[in-house]
Design a protein around this ligand. Structure first.
Ligand SMILES: Cc1ncc(COP(=O)(O)O)c(C=O)c1O
Length: 431
């Protein structure tokens, strides 16, 4: 029954009961963390053989000694791996170091301050000429580190709401067509962080077409961090955006990124940035000022370990076997304790690293504070929004991947008690 149908006396009794559950849990002095989407130690161990895989094998077929300097675009074997994973041609891939976020940062830095297509094409210069400000569209809730990059460069962020099939394309198209200083959009097209959305075919096609109506040097930042991170045997399909862009002549407007952070080692994987040849060439020249070559040794380790797309997908099955029970458990507790009560809604994602919970308006901060009082750390309220401002104060990102399932169980018990207590307290105050 919806809790709003309870009488004041019933609510007061319920509050008392929840408060005593809260007090009992508090005695346990828990110390649990559901904040960041990190792989668990068990997942990391799946890739331990990376450590010894080279066995003094350092020379590629073309004679390149991977121990030496050189190769800003990475080794071709790794670029092929990235191209299969992200759906582009190998020559459209830069294979980098352990962080795709670093590549996104470098790309934005380059486009904003210097210009991807030569002098005079920088976003900053154009904004100065027009006495305006560079802006980015940000589907929300989204990935906090994307927003941090924009904030760092003083790029104004505009929130875009999600529909079932991805971000609100009508709004995006209207904004992009009328404001040439909108220079990009952040997208996590498969299993979005944190909502779990996979963009529909129509959404992908419309994203690919934006380059034709946007102002100069517009970029779709297609962060495909969870492209192979399925939690089901029938993953939803994501249309190949590079092919869509090719057919519309907008490859220059597309930047795809991804990495093996949650495939092998989060701190020791390899990353990829894919785009048109023109963008890759420009980025290579730009990076020459800062780096002599990539960590080709680690790239070779990954090539030998992951081998090809089929082996990579087989390896991801092992991750799924570890992760599926954790996600199922979180959803089971939410369903058992909150379903039908009208105290919030949550996702049951088909892949990725997060479950997104929306509380009643005005309660996310309160719920997070209550959980913290019981020793459970949750991602700070607002973290999933630009400027850390969730105007409705509803979104809470749950990250079930890292803790062992027993810890997760305890943390979820804390969470559902906190949600119920906050909701009941708010309701009593409103009556
Ligand atoms: C959407 C998204 N992109 C990128 C990253 C970070 O990727 P990397 O480890 O390759 O820097 C994360 C990590 O949580 C993420 O959720």
């Amino acid at each position: 029954m919806e809790f709003t149908q309870l009488t004041l006396q019933e609510l007061l009794d319920l509050q008392k009961d929840l408060q005593s559950q809260f007090d009992v849990i508090k005695q346990a002095n828990l110390k649990l963390d559901l904040t960041r989407g990190k792989p668990s130690a068990e997942q990391l161990s799946l890739s331990n053989s990376l450590d010894s895989i080279l066995d003094a094998y350092f020379v590629l077929q073309d004679g390149t000694d991977v121990r030496n300097y050189g190769g800003i675009l990475g080794i071709m074997e790794a670029r092929i791996l990235g191209s299969k994973m992200l759906g582009t041609r190998p020559d459209e891939v830069l294979a980098g170091g352990n962080s795709s976020l670093a590549l996104m940062y470098q790309l934005i830095n380059f486009a904003h301050l210097h210009g991807l297509q030569g002098p005079g094409t920088s976003w900053q210069a154009e904004a100065q000429q027009q006495q305006g400000q560079v802006k980015f569209l940000c589907p929300v809730p989204g990935y906090d580190r994307h927003f941090t990059i924009c904030e760092f460069f003083g790029i104004e962020m505009i929130n875009i709401a999600f529909n079932d099939d991805g971000p609100d394309m009508d709004k995006i198209e209207a904004l992009v067509a009328t404001d040439p200083l909108i220079k990009g959009i952040w997208c996590v097209p498969k299993y979005s962080n944190p909502t779990g959305h996979t963009y529909s075919d129509d959404t992908v096609r419309r994203m690919a077409a934006l380059g034709n109506s946007a102002g100069a040097n517009f970029r779709v930042m297609w962060d495909n961090a969870y492209v192979v991170h399925h939690l089901t045997d029938n993953p939803p399909r994501l249309l190949n955006i590079m092919e869509e862009c090719r057919s519309k002549g907008t490859e220059d407007n597309l930047i795809i990124t991804g990495s093996t952070s949650k495939i092998t080692f989060a701190g020791g994987g390899i990353s990829f940035l894919c785009s048109s040849r023109a963008n890759i060439d420009a980025l290579e020249t730009h990076l020459t000022a800062s780096v002599i070559g990539q960590d080709k040794v680690n790239q070779l380790r990954h090539v030998l370990f992951l081998k090809d797309q089929q082996h990579l997908l087989d390896h991801m099955q092992k991750h799924k076997q570890i992760l599926r029970p954790k996600f199922d458990h979180v959803v089971k507790v939410l369903d058992a304790e909150l379903a039908g009560k009208g105290m919030g809604s949550w996702t049951d994602p088909k892949g990725g690293y997060f479950i997104s919970f929306d509380s009643l308006p005005g309660l996310a901060k309160k719920i997070i504070a209550l959980a913290a009082e019981l020793g459970v750390k949750l991602t700070p309220a607002g973290a999933t929004f630009p400027y850390r401002q969730d105007v409705e104060d509803t979104n809470i990102r749950l990250a079930p991947t890292f803790p062992p399932i027993d810890d997760l169980d305890q943390a979820m018990k804390v969470f559902v008690v906190s949600v119920q207590l906050a909701s009941v307290q708010q309701r009593i105050q409103q009556l």
